[in-house]
Every structure is written in structure tokens, then in C-alpha cells.
Design a protein around this ligand. Structure first.
Ligand code: GAL
Length: 822
């Protein structure tokens, strides 16, 4: 066995020699790998939210950021879109992703679920599953359990076949079954409890050779490990004394919904939550997300999850380092790793200083390591410890690996802040004048004839009719009025009781209105005046989904579509006549013609016209060609001016767009205080702006020689003339660090071109708006930094008074503030 694997390693050169096997186990303190207790830092990267071409770089950045492991969910609906027909191609190549983790020498955490949540369409469940007879998800329902077991087993077998579990020498050290069921199990009653036991037994029987985790499951049966999810988990205690304290989801930011703002969780607060968790005995921390990425195609969950899943994570949507988050956490990981032995084997003692300040001391025979925590939101803590005095800023943790010297404080950032900018496409001579052609979406059959593919005298939920094959479902009926029909009055309207995420209403071919959910209310009543005539009238309702519900007890049966009632209302003086159409003969049609005819394909044979390209026309297809931006920087397409629809690059669906959805103007504030508990609405930005204006175009979707094609299906009406391609790059970098630190500046593969601001003393303001304070060093800081940094990709600066000339700041701590242009 050992000999064979040594030969393998010789024949197939890899960055890391494969282990014949690793023994992953646990005790009450930590996960142990080959008998050693470990401090493990992990980060979530969901493979289908980026492209295979991006994986090596993302994972490498994870490793360089001090991670030990990469975590991912496995999305059932993506892999089994039709029952027993599987897809593991391209972005869905799970095995390739896991092998990329292995090649980088990292561990993997495989959250099979198969319920994921994850702001992923339908939480990761296939809609065909819902449409099986007698189906109820996530409980002791035979049909459900059979399917769940089938999928879970298939994934485990695939992974085993490739020897990817640590027990086989592979990278995967942990597997997960179910997800956060404990949070919603109440409504399932006793059946929920039995279901969790069944899940545990089912998983255990799969014999993966590594521990199984179940997050947020207080009654997790042995040997399942109950783990914690949240913004803070320092108070968490697992239900079994032999389960280590583990955090599967430390939310680095938050997700975004159409109409919502950009979430921002400060770096100081993420670092604080991690340090505090380790101070209080935690040994495994996973960032959810480390790289959020993009909800391509129709993968966004909902309702109303945006295409961007940036999550304010340490790596941004495009894979750029989000600084200072990435760098400040990397430093924390390095410090924690340096203390691995003490943290996992040391005796723990604590000192309470009052006012939410405390010290935790980990001691082994070799030495001790300390955490000084200050959970007070307002006041700094002055601590005296072993004869020395320390100041621990409010809402921060100081780490002293030798219990003497401060190596890290969560609130003192010495990593640069990178300000990202968008640069116009230099491959185009005049990027703002793309030449467009167009086509109308052909709706004659539906608008004029009301003709679908099936009929029923009942209004059905959209999931049931469409099986989620499309966002679009037509509900059509005809209504006949006699010449002098008493119904046929002057004031008539159409009323639709709707749970359509977006509804577009047509009467006799005429668009009479549309409506979408606002303020999270997905059940609303549409009512608009409509003209009916004697004879035959056609009512055509287009129901459009924007990501199916992904969370909650029984979320699978949250209604979507037009479940009625639908009625025509006639008002004649005081008299109101209501004609209920709910049990009329309804004709259904899933999808749109243009999608069926694959108009988004580059080589679509259909006719496109360059003549009188219309603006603000509903249900319209647009097409243009463009040159790929030069270089390797990530590419985005700016869709400002458009309404709502879907975009394709060379036939690749880059997701739903909806720049016309403006977020409300309240709820943002210029000041963001990292102190105090974070919640998703704290520190938001982007108020009063399009929820999402820029859309990621992965480089691998583009060709560098020749023309690329962009196709838009615009359903609301918009103006494509402003559309243009850009790259995202670091525009400037800033730092604001205390004396006696070292600051590294880097323009990320580009050179620093100028120093815009530099002052050593007590400068004020933020990146982009620094101003000199009342004291300043005697030497010209701009000149010094220009010499040391300009023209270089990186430079490293010692912040000392000697270097910048001693300023007289009357005893106050002195800082160097810099803004450099890339
Ligand atoms: C958790 C869930 C994740 C994700 C997260 C919010 O409850 O487990 O999958 O949805 O919330 O981003």
C-alpha cells in the first residue's frame, strides 16, 4: 500500500504527495488529523458560482490567505436537473473542483446536504422532486427519503471512487448531512426528530471514514457533530462533550436581494468574531463565504436573490482580494496557527476584568498563549497582566502568542484598503457605441390566440406546471361577451390575486400593466382598467419567477405563480359586478419562443434587424458584438439603462439582470461603526441606486481574437445604448496605521503610479478624503513614499518617527495615512 502510493507519487508529479490515508477523528477539543489536534481555518467557495478556469486562482488565494480547507455545498438541482439524469460538466465538475483543492494541498469540507439553502434556487432541491406524488421535503416521507438517499449515496460513491476522502488519502476531512434543520424543525413535530435520526444513520452507513457534521442541530445524534452558524458563535456549546466547538458558517457579509442594498460587514468585526471564538475554545472556523461569486443562469434563490453573490467576502465576486478583509484575516490565521499546539492541548484559565473585558490563558508545559478580549462596545479596556499594562480597544481582541507581546489586535488594521474601480474597454475604439440589432419576442399565439400547450379548469402553482424549466409561464383564457351583455359596462377592470414574482398582464394583445413584489410581499393584488369587447376576448397573464424560495419549514410549498382568484370587475354607477374566471378553461405555456429558438446562441439563424432599434419596448431581444477587454483583469458588463431580463455572452447565460430595480433611499449612513453586534442591515451602502448595475463576464466566456456576442432579452423595456464592457481593477490603495507597524502597499500586478496623500502625525479622514491633522513629521512623507513605492508593484514601509521626522502630537498615538494611485 505505502509502496504503491510512493510509486504513484513518483509517476504523477503533484504539488503534494498523496497520503495513503489520513485518519480524521475528533475529541471534545478539536478535529484530529493523524492523531494531532488541529486549529482549522476554512472558507466556503461554491464551485458553480465561478468557472473551472477561476478555481485554481481562488483556491490558491485561499491558501495564501491562511486557510487550511475549502468548503462547498453540492447542489442537487444542478446535478440532477431531471430525475436520474445527471450533469457534472463545466462549472458542475465537482470532482475537478475537489482535485483542485487537493492539488493546492488544502483540505476539503463537503456539505452534501442535499438541502443547502445558500440563496440558491429552491435551496438546492430539484422541482421535479416536489412534483412527485405525496411528496413532503425534509421529513419522514418515504418518497423523499428514497430520493435523498439516492442522491447522497451517488455523491459519496463518486467521491470515493476518486479516493477523495481523507480516509482514502484524499483532501476531504469532513462531510455534512442536512443543513440547519434544527432552526426550522419545530413545525415538523415528532416526524422531524425521527427524520434527523434517520439522516444520521443513513449518513453513517455510507462509511466515508471522516466525521459527519450537522449544523445548528442541538439534538444531533452521536456520532454526528453539531456545529454552529451565525455572525458570532463564541457562546455556542455543542450538545455532546466529545464534540469540538466548530463554526461552519461565519458570515463574512450578507447576500443581496433585488431592491436591497449592498451589505457590508466590517473587517474589524469579522476578525473580532473569529478571535473571540478561538479565545473561547473554538478550533474550527469556516468563512461563509470566502468567495461568494455569481449566480449564473437561473441559479439564484429567492425570491429575489440578485445575480451577484459577492457577499462582501474576502475575495470579491470576481476573485479580487477584498482588502483589508483578506489581509487582516490572513494575519489572524497566521497568529492562530502559530499557537496551534497551545490552543488545542493547553489548559484553559480565564480572568474576568469586569466591564466585558477578560483574559484567556492557554498553558502547556512549553509555554502559554493569551487572548485579551473586550466585548464592550464603547470603552477601551486598560488591563494589567503579569506586571504589564495593555489597552484593548472597545469591541476587539488582542492576541499575545507568548502572553507578553501583542501580535495582533482585531481592531488595528495594518492591511491596505484597496479601492476598486471600473476601467473602460480599451479594445473598443469607442466602447459606448456598440452597434445593436433587435427582434421582438413573438407572442402572437399567446396574446391573440390564447393558445398554450395544455389546458385545465383550474389555476395551478407555477412549479407544478413548469417544473422550473423556465422563469416564464403563460396563463391564458378567453372570455366571451354577448352584444348587450350586462357585464359589458363602461368601467371595467381585471383583478388578479397573484403570487407571481413578476406579473405582466395583457388583454386582447394589449399590455395593460405589470406588477412585482415590493418590500418582501410576494402575495399582492393586481388591478388595472381593461377594455373588453363583445365577442371573444383573450386574457394573457405572464408569470415570471425570480428565484424560488430557498429557506423555511415546508418552503417547497410556498406558492408561486397565479393561484387566483382572477376576476373581471364591472362598475356601473353604484353597481359592481364581479365575474370570477378562476375555474375558466386556462391554457398554459411554459417558456418563451425566443428561448426555445435559442436566440441567445451566437449562430442563431433567426433574423435580426439593424433598422430602427427600439427603446423602452417590452419583450424585446437585443444583440451586439464587442471585443474582449485587453489583459487578464476581470470583466463586467454595465447594464445601466436596461430594465429586467437575461443576458448571454457567446451563448453563456450570465444571469438575470434588473438594473431598473432601484434600492430604497433610506437605510444607508455614511458612518459605519464596527463596534457592537453586526446585523445584515448595518453599514449598508448603495441606497437609491440600481440594486445591481454590473454583471460578471468570466474571462473564459470570451474569445480574445475576433468578435464576442452579447444577447439581451429585455422583458420590461430598456435602453441598451449605454451598455458597455469594463474591467475591475485596483484604482488606489490606502492605509492608516499606527507607528511601529509595517505597511505593505500593492496595486495587484500593476505598479504604483503616484502618492496622492501621505502624512505622519494625526491625519484625519478616510481613504479618498484624508486630510492633514494638527501635527506632522518634519520630513516630506510624500517624497519619501514616492521614492520607495512609485514604479513598483509593491512596497513595504516601516512606520517610524525616525523615518518621517518626529512630530509633536502632544503624546497622542501617531499614525501614517497614505493614499497611493495605481
Ligand atoms: C444559512 C444557510 C446558508 C446561507 C446562509 C445565509 O442559514 O445555512 O446556506 O443561506 O444562511 O447566507
Amino acid at each position: 500500500m505505502v509502496v504503491a502510493s510512493a510509486i504513484d507519487a513518483f509517476l504523477v508529479p503533484r504539488k503534494e504527495v498523496r497520503h495513503p490515508y489520513r485518519c480524521v477523528s475528533h475529541d471534545g477539543r478539536a478535529i484530529t488529523i493523524d492523531g494531532h489536534r488541529r486549529v482549522l481555518l476554512s472558507g466556503s467557495i461554491h464551485y458553480p458560482r465561478s468557472t473551472p478556469e477561476m478555481w485554481p486562482d481562488l483556491i490558491k488565494k485561499g491558501k495564501e490567505g491562511g486557510l487550511d480547507a475549502i468548503e462547498t455545498y453540492v447542489f442537487w438541482n444542478a446535478h440532477e436537473p431531471t430525475r436520474r439524469q445527471y450533469d457534472f460538466s463545466g462549472k458542475l465538475d465537482l470532482i475537478r473542483f475537489l482535485k483542485t483543492i487537493q492539488d493546492e494541498g488544502l483540505y476539503g469540507v463537503l456539505r452534501i446536504g442535499p438541502y443547502a439553502c445558500a440563496e440558491w434556487n429552491y435551496g438546492g432541491f430539484p422541482v421535479w422532486l416536489h412534483n412527485m406524488p405525496g411528496m413532503v421535503f425534509r421529513t419522514t416521507n418515504k418518497a423523499y427519503m428514497d430520493e435523498m438517499q439516492n442522491f447522497t449515496t451517488m455523491i459519496v460513491d463518486m467521491v470515493k471512487k476518486e479516493k477523495l476522502f481523507a480516509s482514502q488519502g484524499g483532501p476531504i476531512i469532513l462531510a455534512q448531512i442536512e443543513n440547519e434543520y434544527g432552526n426550522i424543525m419545530g413545525p415538523y413535530g415528532e416526524a422531524g426528530k425521527s427524520y434527523i435520526k434517520w439522516c444520521a444513520n443513513m449518513a453513517q452507513a455510507l462509511d466515508v471514514g471522516v466525521p459527519w457534521i450537522m449544523c445548528q442541530q442541538n439534538d444531533a445524534p452521536q456520532p454526528m457533530l453539531n456545529t454552529c452558524n451565525g455572525f458570532y458563535c463564541d457562546n455556542f456549546t455543542p450538545n455532546n462533550p466529545n464534540t469540538p466547538k466548530m463554526w461552519t458558517e461565519n458570515w463574512t457579509g450578507w447576500f443581496k436581494q433585488w431592491g436591497g442594498k449592498n451589505p457590508h460587514r466590517t473587517t474589524e468585526d469579522v476578525a473580532f468574531s473569529v478571535a473571540r471564538f478561538f479565545q473561547r475554545g473554538g478550533t474550527f472556523n469556516n468563512y461563509y463565504m470566502y468567495h461568494g461569486g455569481t449566480n449564473f443562469d437561473r441559479t439564484a434563490g429567492g425570491p429575489y436573490i440578485t445575480t451577484s453573490y459577492d457577499y462582501d467576502a474576502p475575495l470579491d465576486e470576481y476573485g479580487n482580494l477584498s482588502q483589508p478583509k483578506y489581509g487582516h484575516l490572513k494575519q489572524l490565521h497566521d497568529v492562530l496557527h502559530s499557537m496551534e499546539k497551545t490552543l488545542t492541548y493547553g489548559n484553559i484559565s480565564t480572568i474576568d476584568f469586569g466591564n466585558s473585558a477578560s483574559a484567556t490563558i492557554y498553558t502547556t508545559q512549553e509555554g502559554s498563549s493569551c487572548f485579551f478580549g473586550n466585548g464592550n462596545e464603547n470603552s477601551d479596556a486598560a488591563i494589567s497582566f503579569r506586571g504589564e499594562s495593555y489597552v484593548v480597544p472597545a469591541w476587539s481582541v488582542t492576541i499575545l502568542p507568548d502572553c507578553k507581546t501583542e501580535a495582533y489586535n482585531t481592531a488595528k488594521i495594518t492591511t491596505q484598503t484597496s479601492m476598486m474601480v471600473k476601467k473602460s474597454n480599451e479594445a473598443e475604439e469607442d466602447p459606448s457605441t456598440l452597434k445593436w440589432s433587435w427582434r421582438p419576442e413573438n407572442m402572437d399565439n399567446f396574446l391573440l390566440r390564447g393558445k398554450g400547450e395544455s389546458t385545465n379548469t383550474q389555476l395551478f402553482d407555477q412549479k407544478v406546471v413548469s417544473n422550473d424549466q423556465s422563469d416564464y409561464l403563460w396563463y391564458m383564457t378567453t372570455v366571451k361577451f354577448r352584444k348587450r351583455d350586462p357585464f359589458l359596462v363602461k368601467n371595467m377592470s381585471l383583478r388578479v390575486n397573484s403570487t407571481a414574482h413578476v406579473l405582466r398582464v395583457f388583454v386582447n394583445g394589449k399590455h395593460i400593466g405589470n406588477q412585482h413584489a415590493e418590500n418582501g410581499k410576494f402575495h399582492y393584488i393586481f388591478e388595472k382598467d381593461a377594455k373588453f369587447k363583445s365577442g371573444r376576448n383573450v386574457i394573457s397573464l405572464l408569470s415570471i419567477t425570480v428565484g424560488l424560495q430557498n429557506y423555511g419549514a415546508f418552503f417547497e410549498s410556498v406558492p408561486v405563480g397565479i393561484t387566483g382568484p382572477i376576476s373581471i370587475i364591472g362598475r356601473n354607477g353604484d353597481e359592481t359586478i364581479v365575474k370570477d374566471l378562476s375555474s375558466h378553461k386556462w391554457s398554459y405555456k411554459t417558456g418563451l419562443n425566443g428561448f426555445e429558438n435559442k436566440l441567445f446562441k451566437t449562430e442563431s439563424p433567426s433574423k435580426w434587424s439593424f433598422q430602427s432599434v427600439p427603446l423602452n419596448r417590452t419583450m424585446t431581444w437585443y444583440k451586439t458584438t464587442f471585443k474582449a477587454p485587453l489583459g487578464n483583469d476581470p470583466v463586467v458588463v454595465d447594464l445601466l439603462g436596461l430594465g429586467k431580463g437575461t443576458a448571454w455572452i457567446n451563448g453563456n447565460n450570465i444571469g438575470r439582470y434588473w438594473p431598473a430595480f432601484i434600492s430604497s433611499s433610506d437605510g444607508c449612513s455614511a458612518k459605519c461603526n464596527y463596534r457592537g453586534a453586526y446585523y445584515a442591515e448595518k453599514c449598508q451602502t448603495n441606497c437609491g441606486e440600481p440594486t445591481q448595475r454590473w454583471y460578471h463576464v468570466p474571462r473564459s466566456f470570451l474569445i480574445t481574437e475576433g468578435d464576442n456576442t452579447l444577447v439581451l432579452f429585455e422583458e420590461m423595456g430598456g435602453n441598451p445604448s449605454l451598455v458597455n464592457f469594463q474591467t475591475t481593477i485596483v484604482g488606489s490603495v490606502c492605509a492608516n496605521v499606527y507607528e511601529k507597524n509595517v505597511i505593505e502597499l500593492s496595486c495587484d500586478r500593476k505598479t504604483i503610479s503616484a502618492i496622492k496623500f501621505a502624512s505622519f502625525g494625526n491625519p484625519d479622514g478616510n481613504c479618498g478624503s484624508f486630510v492633514k491633522g494638527t501635527c506632522e513629521g518634519s520630513k516630506n512623507a510624500v517624497d519619501i513614499l514616492t521614492k520607495e513605492c512609485v514604479g513598483k508593484e509593491k512596497c513595504s514601509i516601516d512606520v517610524t518617527a525616525e523615518k518621517f521626522g518626529v512630530p509633536d502630537c502632544s503624546g497622542a498615538a501617531r499614525r501614517l495615512a497614505i493614499e497611493a494611485i495605481c
